[in-house]
Design a protein around this ligand. Structure first.
Ligand code: DGL
Length: 265
């Protein structure tokens, strides 16, 4: 019987866990290695060349060490830059995470869509290309948030994060006439994998209700397209969690839900 595949999920920090949990739900049999490049977090504060120079060789080292059958780059800030470089350097299949502008614009009724990402992601030519190709008549507002990824990381780590700090980061997403539901933003793309960690609070703090578009389920479907449906043999080795800083993690209980109930070692 074939062994379960190894899937490596990579992000700058803990945000990629929101993608991991969807992949785990779709392929509960697989062996998972989650890598947080916390030594270089936050990616949103680094320049484009710096990110390429950091991520491409690092992924090469991770492939050599963990021999994954598939790698998911669960980070918009990196994926909007490095996917072509990775695919030309390594033969393993890759799945990236890029702003879900096409489905957001397709479903918006008011044609006012905001893209909430890191400052890096909203500046990318790749993101501007998605808007040119897929805005479908929508007015797209790009919102580069300086701190929301760090706030999400802090909240998951158990630190106090104030409502006021979150509200300040999301406020520019809400455009149009507040009192007229047909003339205001109705859709916000979560273009950073950290943000779904705060989804309950985003919904509560929003000045009016909107649809929050999280690409994670679509990424999990893409993974299954590439490596197939679950087999009968389940991973017995346990999931692995790697921090590039080398720090031991103390979050086992908080992280278990993302690993399908398994305790990451
Ligand atoms: N989680 C990352 C993303 O999807 C970025 C967070 C950061 O490192 O700035 O863009």
């Amino acid at each position: 019987m074939p062994a379960p595949p190894t899937i490596l999920v990579f992000d700058s920090g803990l945000g990629g866990l929101t993608v991991l949990r969807e992949i785990v739900a779709a392929r509960p049999d697989a062996h998972y290695v989650y890598v947080a490049d916390d030594a270089f977090f936050p990616y949103g504060h680094h320049g484009e060349a710096e990110i390429i120079d950091r991520v491409v060789p690092l992924i090469g080292e991770l492939i050599a060490t963990h021999e994954p059958d598939l790698v998911t780059i669960a980070c918009n800030t990196a994926s909007t830059l490095v996917m072509a470089h990775l695919r030309s350097a390594y033969t393993v299949p890759f799945v990236g995470t890029v702003p879900a502008i096409k489905p957001a614009c397709a479903s918006s009724k008011t044609k006012l869509v905001s893209v909430l990402g890191t400052k890096g992601t909203v500046k990318r030519e790749y993101t501007h290309g998605l808007i040119r190709d897929f805005a479908q008549g929508c007015q797209v507002t790009l919102v580069g948030s300086p701190e929301l990824a760090s706030l999400a990381e802090a909240a998951l780590s158990g630190d106090e994060v104030s409502d006021a700090d979150i509200s300040a980061e999301i406020a520019p997403c809400f455009v149009g006439k507040p009192a007229d539901a047909s003339m205001r933003t109705d859709t916000v793309v979560l273009a950073c994998t950290h943000y779904p960690l705060l989804l309950d609070r985003l919904a509560r703090l929003a000045p009016w209700p909107v649809a929050w578009i999280d690409p994670a389920p679509a990424i999990a479907r893409r993974v299954v397209d590439l490596i197939g449906k679950p087999g009968n043999v389940y991973d017995g080795a346990g999931a692995e969690m790697v921090f590039t800083s080398g720090r031991p993690h103390t979050l086992s209980q908080a992280l278990m839900p993302f690993f399908g109930g398994r305790v990451p070692a």
